[in-house]
Design a protein around this ligand. Structure first.
Ligand code: SF4
Ligand code: SF4
Length: 374
């Protein structure tokens, strides 16, 4: 064993595992790329053009809304939860990318990226951010099980929260087993994995059996990760990417519809008023509005501050956005249809809006639900 600390890629796995992994990855990658193509054609290319026109303005907003998460942190508990989730996922993504670069690029040409001090810092950083991720996931799941009213319980949301939890927990387990079997002198830098390894040393299971178990857990870890990546463009998890680009472009779109003398009750409009309520088909949405539907996290902050919702009317700004999001997907399959005739939206809910813009102010992603109402 080399004295220089270095990452041993595909350790404890049979020869040929890397090739098998890439073969298994192909269908998952194909699904992901298809979803990416759909989103690029729907709004992604327009968004990239808008960023190219003003990269500095976009970056400034990304720092404000996505890096510092200023609007998200207005609520402490969910804000810290989101901070843990987003930075945990980002760190694990970058870590996986570095491992791939190390194995597929550096090692192929006789070099090594993950070695020495950089490798030790890499191990310690990933272990730390893995804890942030677990904290975020446990709070997110805890809030749902505690029945926080504004959170919607959907199988889709539980699936990816548990999927991420599985990746986080098995990641530490794999690291612990690897350290238990290989016993490298620098294991302390992987301080969580090392704790698992110390616990295993105390229990003393046979090393051969643990090495065999490692293979099974490794494959399940990889399959869950591949599944999450493949499903990304098709689930609400997409907000984790789209919301960053969307909030960065918030300065390019007017924050509120240009209405004189707001707020007022849409119900009190007379026929001579020159304000169009709602939209007839999702094809009427601009690319930025379509992007906003995918950027929505379904957090319910807009609903919580909506006076029309509090008064018991059928209007929920969150549900207007979410229903249009589903309709946008459906329209691809069966063609655009009239959202009122098909019952996606009702005049009763849209006319309940007071145009107070409280929902716009509350949205952590800078979405204006009002834009979909008027
Ligand atoms: S503007 Fe937003 S918060 Fe105000 S009533 Fe309309 S939907 Fe509700
Ligand atoms: S529109 Fe904004 S505040 Fe409302 S649910 Fe979506 S992300 Fe949350």
């Amino acid at each position: 064993m080399s004295e220089l600390p270095a990452r041993e890629n595909f350790a404890l796995l049979p020869h040929g595992t890397e090739l098998m992994m890439y073969l298994v990855l192909i269908p998952f990658a194909a699904v992901f790329l298809y979803g990416l193509y759909l989103k690029l054609s729907e709004y992604g290319l327009e968004a990239l053009r808008a960023i190219a026109r003003d990269p500095v303005g976009w970056l400034r907003n990304v720092v404000r809304y996505a890096v510092a998460q200023r609007r998200i942190l207005r609520e402490m508990m969910p804000g810290l939860m989101h901070l843990g989730l987003s930075y945990g996922i980002l760190a694990l993504f970058i870590g996986t990318l570095l491992v791939a670069i190390d194995f597929d690029l550096f090692e192929r040409f006789g070099g090594k990226l993950l070695e020495g001090t950089f490798y030790l810092a890499f191990e310690a950083t990933l272990d730390l951010f893995g804890l942030f991720l677990l904290y975020g996931l446990l709070v997110a799941l805890g809030r749902r099980y505690a029945g926080v009213r504004r959170l919607r319980s959907r199988i889709e949301y539980y699936s990816y929260l548990y999927g991420l939890l599985y990746i986080g927990v098995t990641g530490y387990l794999l690291e612990g087993v690897r350290l238990y079997v290989t016993r490298v002198p620098w294991s302390g830098y992987s301080f969580v994995g090392n704790s698992v390894s110390v616990a295993l040393s105390y229990l003393g299971p046979p090393r051969e059996a643990m090495a065999q178990l490692y293979g099974w857990v490794w494959w399940s870890h990889a399959l869950v990760a591949f599944g999450l990546v493949a499903s990304l463009p098709f689930t609400n998890l997409l907000h984790s990417v789209v919301a960053v680009f969307y909030a960065g472009l918030s300065h390019t779109a007017p924050r509120l519809p240009m209405i004189a003398g707001t707020p007022f009750k849409l119900q009190e409009l007379d026929e001579s008023a020159e304000i169009k309520v709602g939209l007839r088909k999702v094809t009427e949405l601009s690319w930025y509005q379509r992007m906003g539907l995918d950027a929505c996290t379904d957090c319910g902050r807009c609903e919580a501050v909506c006076p029309a919702f509090a008064a018991g009317t059928p209007l929920s700004p969150r549900m207007v956005v979410q229903k249009l999001r589903v309709e946008l997907w459906e329209s691809r399959r069966r063609g655009p249809r009239d959202v009122f005739e098909s019952g996606v939206l009702t005049y009763d809910e849209l006319f309940a809006c007071t145009t107070c813009a409280a929902c716009v102010e509350a949205c952590p992603v800078t979405i204006s639900p009002l834009e979909y109402i008027i």
